[in-house]
Write a protein that binds this ligand. Sequence first.
Ligand code: ATP
Ligand code: MG
Length: 167
Amino acid sequence: MRLFIAIRLSDEMRDALVHAQNELYDRGVRGRFTAEENLHLTLAFLGEVPDAQPVLDALADVSFTPFEIALEGMGCFGDLWWAGLKESEALELLARKVRHALAEREIPFDRKRFSPHITLIRNASGKLPGLQLRPASMTVSAVSLMRSDRGKHGMIYTELGAVEARR
Ligand code: ATP
Ligand code: MG
C-alpha cells in the first residue's frame, strides 16, 4: 500500500482553499483539481509499504503540543499549483519529529526537504495568476497516517491512524 503522513485540514481551511480553486477555475484555469475531502498537508511521503503497523508505532512516538497554522500565498512546482502556509517553527519541528521517528525505526521515506504546501491543482494550464487567498487558520491537534489508493474517479485517501497532540 501507498502511505503518507499528513495533517488533515479544518473545514475553514478547506473552504478557503476551495474558494481559491473556484476562482482559478472561473479565470479559465483547467487541470486536476484536488477534491475538497482530499486537501491535506503532507509531512512525510513513504510510498509503497508492506505493513502499516511499524509506521503506526513510529507515529505513536511523536509527541507535540497543539499549534496554529495559517494559509499564506500560492505557488507552483511546474504545473502543480499549491497554497502555502505561514512560516511556522512548530510545523517545521513537527515534520522533523515525524521523519525522525520513521528514521529511528528504519522506515524508508522521501527525504526531500520539507516544503509545506497544500496541492490545489495538478497539470494546471497556463500561468499562476496573482490571487489572494481568503485568510484561514486552524489548530493542529493530530497527525494522520494516510493510505492513498487510485480510485475510478481520482485518488482516495483513507486514514489508518493518528497521533493526537498532548495538551
Ligand atoms: P497522483 O500521484 O495521482 O497525482 P496524489 O499525489 O494525490 O495523486 P500520492 O502520489 O499517493 O497521491 O501522494 C500522496 C501525498 O504525498 C500527496 O500530498 C503528494 O503530494 C505527496 N507525495 C507524493 N509523492 C511524493 C514524494 N516523492 N515526495 C514527497 N511527497 C510526495
Ligand atoms: Mg502523487
